[in-house]
Design a binder for this molecule. Structure first.
Ligand SMILES: NC(=O)c1ccc[n+]([C@@H]2O[C@H](COP(=O)([O-])OP(=O)(O)OC[C@H]3O[C@@H](n4cnc5c(N)ncnc54)[C@H](O)[C@@H]3O)[C@@H](O)[C@H]2O)c1
Length: 680
């Protein structure tokens, strides 16, 4: 498409709500893309009227009579008013930054990130503005999208856009020197009302929205966003099970070829093992296969078992998507005489198990979607029974030597709610189930060293810029590794990350924008950021860089069943860290910040936040990098150190030795006499 055409497209969608003429009504949905499951409507008659009134207030009263019937139809049919009519008929993708109409370049960068989220190659249910995880919205309806694009296109650097759970409250005057351009909150409710039922009601009313993590903060970069973390997790699971990283001939079984879960087969491919990932939705499975994230698709269970056996015997590396229910796979594996699986996990969207996140084995995919809407009580019972069957099969394989871990999707929490015998009683400061959470066993210690899912997007949209950034990042890591004082545990991470970035281009990870994920620690993030900014300044890079990270990180998330599952001083249920993090980022130079209720393990179960940072080559951007990326890591490391983590203590001590202005309160060892008295 020529630049002039894309300019026209972008000018059009940035010109506000199209009212004269109104776009034509879309009563039938586009059959070329998958759609979100119809939401259960729990609204009373009075609330139903309120939901419609709430939706109509986006439009002048003379237009409202033309819209009311279809809004009623959408609410009654889909359980939510998405305002399909206002979805622009354009190719949604991350257009290069110079093509957006804007008064402030950083705002153009944010538009690029939003449009990338909604790219149909990237988003799970693009028409419902769901990006990943079944219900992770970027906005609640299409009017919000158009208003936000308009605001961003006219905003100056003396304004801030305020986002309340998808709703743009508006542009507000602010300080030119130290304010973010956008401040986003998603799903924040008064704590006593932070339940899933209350969420369903508030979402249907158009008052709140589940932003997951990077969806509602405009930072999603497709399955690449999690693939490095999945790679690290499976590698370390292998080390736990076999005492070495080598996964040749080993079988990893899990579920989900969706937004994030779709990273599993690619990680297996890169690790050289045999990945078997079950996916109940054929559309989702085909999407990952077509994008090259999964090497084979198998529809038949006998064929699957034969293929696993063959690959084990011949030590062939592959990633197989099984189109069907994962419970069928587990039960079949548990009944086989030989052990055909070494490592196991689950990545169904168990944070949202009764609204399409988990499909019970007793029903086909389509029957499941019907039942969830028409008989939610029965659906819930079937989900519980299905998970109990899944756990029973996993238990059998575990007794025969398989290593199983919870991969941060609330699988074990849901299994406990379903009545499966998996422990999970609260005890000594944290919750331990029969199977470990990957954070307890693996990632917690890595986070405590300050390493987390740092990422960037090349705003020029040029592949050549991404290649340059890969080279710059390699150079920075090598430079850090040349420091003689690095502890072995940090050096090991640098080595792994260097290998990752050296191989990243060949791994073909890009889906959507020209983006890269690279686990990095505080020094790594700051030095890579500074080197990128320098390259923008000198013209080595042809366009600005947008830095960001997954919220699933050292400091970004308080989640007792995931990111903070290894915080053992009893504070795992406190959310000070994530809230402090966003506040701290916002006055230290973030271009935008986001704070969410829910994400990963579900509404009410987690608080998380993230940021975006625009690097335009300026000296101010250098200062932002030094200030904000420093805080964005040291906050969580300090909290982890206070809770007693040894890696975190080591990291804080190193940081204090390098920065005299840093004074962190350190925990003291418990005296032996006191230990005895407390019988510890
Ligand atoms: N560990 C992490 O770092 C991490 C990161 C992001 C997301 N998550 C969590 O992982 C889960 C998955 O995330 P996602 O973005 O891939 O969600 P998703 O909804 O895009 O994908 C999940 C997939 O599971 C499939 N599925 C559901 N029930 C199934 C069954 N019984 N058998 C086979 N397939 C089934 C669905 O069809 C769907 O495609 C979410 O709960 C999310 O919050 C974890």
């Amino acid at each position: 498409m020529c630049i002039q055409m894309s300019n026209e497209i972008l000018n059009k969608i940035c010109s506000g709500l199209p009212l004269n003429p109104l776009p034509s009504s879309k009563k039938t949905r586009n059959t070329n893309v998958p759609h979100a499951p119809d939401r259960k409507s729990s609204l009373t008659d009075k609330e139903r009227k309120l939901a419609i009134k709430n939706a109509l207030r986006y439009f002048p009263s003379n237009i409202q009579p033309q819209l009311i019937d279809e809004f009623i139809y959408e609410l009654d049919t889909y359980g939510h008013i998405y305002m399909y009519r206002f979805q622009p008929d354009i190719e949604m993708r991350a257009y290069p930054i110079d093509e957006y109409p804007c008064k402030c370049k950083a705002a153009a960068g944010i538009m690029l990130m939003i449009m990338n989220n909604l790219d149909k190659r990237v988003a799970q249910f693009p028409d419902e503005l769901v990006i990943y995880g079944g219900n992770g919205q970027v906005f609640s309806n299409w009017a919000q999208f158009l208003l936000v694009m308009h605001y961003l296109s006219i905003m100056t650097d003396e304004q801030v856009l305020i986002m309340y759970s998808g709703h743009p409250l508006g542009l507000f005057p602010t300080r030119i020197d130290c304010s973010p351009r956008v401040v986003i909150t998603n799903g924040l409710v008064v704590p006593n009302y932070s339940s899933m039922n209350e969420y369903d009601r508030l979402f249907a009313l158009g008052c709140t929205m589940y932003g997951q993590m990077t969806a509602g903060s405009y930072c999603y970069i497709g399955p690449q966003g999690i693939v490095h973390g999945t790679f690290i997790t499976i590698t370390n699971a292998a080390r736990k099970k076999f005492g070495k990283n080598d996964l040749c001939g080993k079988v990893f079984v899990s579920s989900g070829l969706g937004g994030m879960s779709g990273a599993q087969p690619k990680a297996c491919q890169l690790l050289g093992c045999i990945g078997v990932i079950a996916e109940v939705s054929e559309e989702a499975a085909k999407k990952r296969y077509d994008q090259g994230w999964c090497q084979e698709l198998i529809y038949d269970l006998n064929q699957l078992i034969n293929r696993i056996r063959e690959c084990r015997e011949k030590k062939l590396a592959t990633s197989v998507g099984y189109v069907g229910n994962v419970v069928d796979v587990w039960e079949r594996l548990a009944n086989e005489k030989e052990i055909l699986v070494d490592l196991g996990s689950d990545q169904t969207s168990c944070h949202n198990p009764y609204q399409g996140g988990y499909y019970p084995v007793q029903l086909s995919y389509d029957e499941g979607r019907q039942c969830m809407k028409n008989d939610p009580k029965k659906f819930k019972e079937l989900v519980h029974e299905s998970i109990r069957r899944q756990i029973a099969a996993i238990d059998k394989l575990y007794e025969r030597g398989m290593y199983f871990f919870d991969y941060g999707n609330a699988f074990l929490l849901t299994a406990k709610q379903a009545g499966a015998p998996i422990g999970g009683d609260e005890g000594s400061g944290c919750i331990r189930f029969k199977y470990p959470s990957y954070v307890q066993d693996i990632m917690g210690d890595i986070f405590s060293l300050g390493f987390g899912p740092f990422r960037w997007v090349c705003a020029s949209g040029l592949e050549s810029d991404l290649q340059e950034t890969d080279k710059i990042a390699q150079h920075v890591i090598k430079d850090l590794m040349s420091n003689k004082d690095i502890p072995d545990n940090v050096l090991e991470q640098y080595n792994n990350n260097l290998k990752w970035i050296q191989e990243a281009e060949d791994a073909k990870l890009v889906v959507g924008s020209q983006a890269r994920i690279l686990y990095s620690d505080q020094m790594g993030r700051i030095n890579i950021g500074l080197a990128f900014n320098q390259a923008v300044r000198t013209g080595r890079l042809k366009g600005p860089i947008i830095l960001s990270r997954d919220h699933h990180d050292v400091s970004g998330t308080d989640s007792p069943f995931r990111e903070t599952a290894n915080i053992e001083d009893g504070s795992a249920f406190c959310a000070d860290m994530s809230v402090q993090n966003v506040i701290g980022d916002s006055f230290r130079g973030a271009t935008w910040v986001a704070l969410h209720n829910g994400g990963g393990v579900g509404f009410g179960e987690v608080m998380n936040g993230g940021f975006g940072m625009f690097l335009d080559g300026s000296v101010k951007a250098d200062d932002n990098i030094r200030q904000m990326l420093y805080w964005d890591v040291i906050n969580g490391v300090s909290r982890r150190s206070w809770s007693g983590n040894k890696n975190a203590r080591q990291t804080v001590e190193r940081a204090m030795a390098n920065e005299s202005k840093l004074k962190v309160t350190m925990p003291n060892e418990l005296a032996e006499e006191c230990m005895k008295k407390l019988s510890l």
